[in-house]
Design a protein around this ligand. Structure first.
Ligand SMILES: Cc1cc2nc3c(=O)[nH]c(=O)nc-3n(C[C@H](O)[C@H](O)[C@H](O)COP(=O)(O)O)c2cc1C
Length: 158
């Protein structure tokens, strides 16, 4: 073991990693997407997921306004959508339109269920906590969706 900077030490261990998408609702009623590496399951009963969102992201403003999100586990078909959603802001573009995303309405608040993804969890925000320059939004899962025909996408440098 040797002392290193955080980027040096973290680069070695954080890839390959799981990535997800979170669907949020914009103040104008349209929907947004963000690519996330910082998310986790945090409770069995009731089931909960936490997502960590940078305070400068448009998704952060969306979550302050509308207290629901869909956590989407992507399939191999969603690679381009992950790149789009992780590199452009919903302030400037409609990622659902640009990404030609196909979806059906969810059951909780009709947030989109992306039909080409592997799984989707419809969540209601129950608490949030500031974590440095990010905010952790904790969502209670209300509905679970699975597309067992698709294969989960792992984020890798290759
Ligand atoms: C692989 C990958 C993982 C990311 N993980 C996170 C994350 O966990 N939290 C976050 O706030 N941003 C994360 N980002 C950055 C956002 O996805 C990116 O800034 C996005 O354009 C924000 O969109 P928005 O402004 O529409 O919310 C990640 C980006 C990539 C490519």
């Amino acid at each position: 073991m040797k002392l290193k900077t955080l980027p040096e030490a973290y680069a070695k261990v954080h890839i390959p990693s799981k990535v997800a998408l979170a669907v949020t609702k914009k103040p104008d009623g349209k929907f947004n997407l963000i690519t996330l590496e910082w998310f986790m399951r945090t409770s069995i009963a009731p089931p909960m997921f936490a997502i960590s969102i940078g305070q400068t992201r448009y998704s952060h403003a969306c979550l302050q306004e509308n207290r629901y999100f869909n956590l989407v586990f992507p399939s191999l078909k969603n690679k381009e959508l992950l790149t789009l959603s992780g590199s452009q802001s919903g302030r400037e573009i409609d990622k659902f339109r640009v990404g030609e995303v196909e979806y059906i309405p969810g059951k909780l608040q009709k947030y989109p269920i992306i039909t080409s993804a592997v799984a989707c969890f419809e969540c209601e925000v129950v608490t949030q906590v500031k974590s440095g320059d990010h905010t952790i939004f904790v969502g209670e899962v209300k509905y679970n969706w699975l597309n067992s025909e698709e294969e989960f996408f792992y984020f890798d440098k290759k």
